[in-house]
Design a protein around this ligand. Structure first.
Ligand code: NAD
Length: 291
């Protein structure tokens, strides 16, 4: 039987709908959630991503600001902008759109974002909270993967999950979320020997390598949940994931398409993180005014 296709656009719509009452409750308390996106340089794809994020904010009633600095700006100028955004009480989320122009130290800049406003979840304090299964802000794509699994009612606890890819913000964070939910997790990467055999034992197979066609049907256990995080631009200009979709969807129990699977979830989870950040900032005990 062909797999059930997991529709990320529809699931993202449920996420946005679930945020509406939370945003309304914050507004009743006088808190209007706000997100700032900082783009440095003129990467065309980044411009589109920032525009999509701003549009998503507008659609759910979140305040947003798009900031731009020239590609040849100094690191000091970026740090100054980020510190200003960190201090702005109208903002509960601050993101730096990647990739950065050469010459800027991405890690130094990402670590400057206030951990309470780090709605991309890239700050080491938030990644550390994820390692320790504590409350923090979790990277958006991994959160989106978990939301897809949960929306479909796919059991995680006690299942064997295989994650292909080990980048901190994608593969490794997905692996940590799955471990924290009780899965037994195998992480595969570019140095893994015998990828096929590892993958073929997965109840939940997550492909996050950025290699079109890497996951072939012999790597899919019958009935497995296959979540394709990869986004690859093919020679003909079309987008494809890491999974050979047509054949894999005959073998899997559930599968995400590309486009229309994990992609739309990433922006939805950014907005969800901004609402979460606004709630936590609003609930945090206020220090008495200095005398
Ligand atoms: P990355 O390049 O930082 O990491 C890729 C990982 O894949 C590495 O850990 C590497 O070891 C592993 N890998 C590469 N080739 C492999 C192979 N042949 N076999 C096994 N492992 C291999 O990339 P990333 O930032 O983690 O992103 C991964 C993919 O997910 C990319 O296609 C990216 O575009 C996509 N992505 C999608 C979204 C989304 O919203 N859907 C968000 C972020 C990233």
């Amino acid at each position: 039987m062909p797999a059930r296709i997991l529709d990320g656009v529809a699931i993202a719509r449920h996420i946005y709908a679930s945020l509406v009452p939370r945003i309304a409750a914050l507004k009743l308390r006088g808190v209007h959630p706000g997100l700032a996106a900082l783009q440095i340089g003129d990467n065309a794809a980044s411009r589109i991503y920032v525009r999509n994020k701003v549009r998503a904010c507008t659609e759910v009633g979140i305040y947003s600001e798009a900031h731009h600095l020239d590609a040849d700006c100094s690191e000091a100028a970026v740090l100054k902008t980020l510190e200003k955004l960190n201090r702005n009480p109208q903002l509960h989320g601050v993101i730096v759109q990647l990739p950065l122009p050469p010459g800027l130290n991405a890690q130094r800049l990402l670590q400057t974002v206030d951990m309470d406003k780090d709605v991309d979840g890239f700050n080491w304090a938030n990644l550390g909270a994820l390692v320790d299964a504590r409350k923090g802000l979790v990277p958006c794509t991994p959160l989106g993967v978990m939301a897809i699994l949960d929306d479909a009612g796919i059991a995680i606890e006690g299942r064997h999950a295989v994650v292909i890819g080990r980048s901190p913000s994608v593969g490794k964070s997905i692996a940590l979320l799955l471990i924290n939910r009780g899965a037994t997790v195998t992480v595969c990467h570019s140095k893994t020997r015998d990828l096929v055999n590892h993958a073929a034992r997965a109840d939940i197979l997550i492909a996050a390598a950025g290699r079109a066609g890497l996951v072939t049907v012999d790597m899919v256990k019958p009935g497995a949940a296959v979540i394709d995080v990869g986004i690859n631009r093919l020679a003909d200009g079309k987008l494809a994931g890491d999974v050979a979709f047509a054949a894999a969807s005959e073998q899997a129990g559930w599968i995400t398409p590309v486009p229309g699977g994990v992609g739309p979830m990433t922006v939805a989870m950014l907005i969800a993180n901004t609402v979460t950040a606004a709630e936590r900032i609003a609930d945090a005990p206020k220090l008495p005014a200095a005398v």
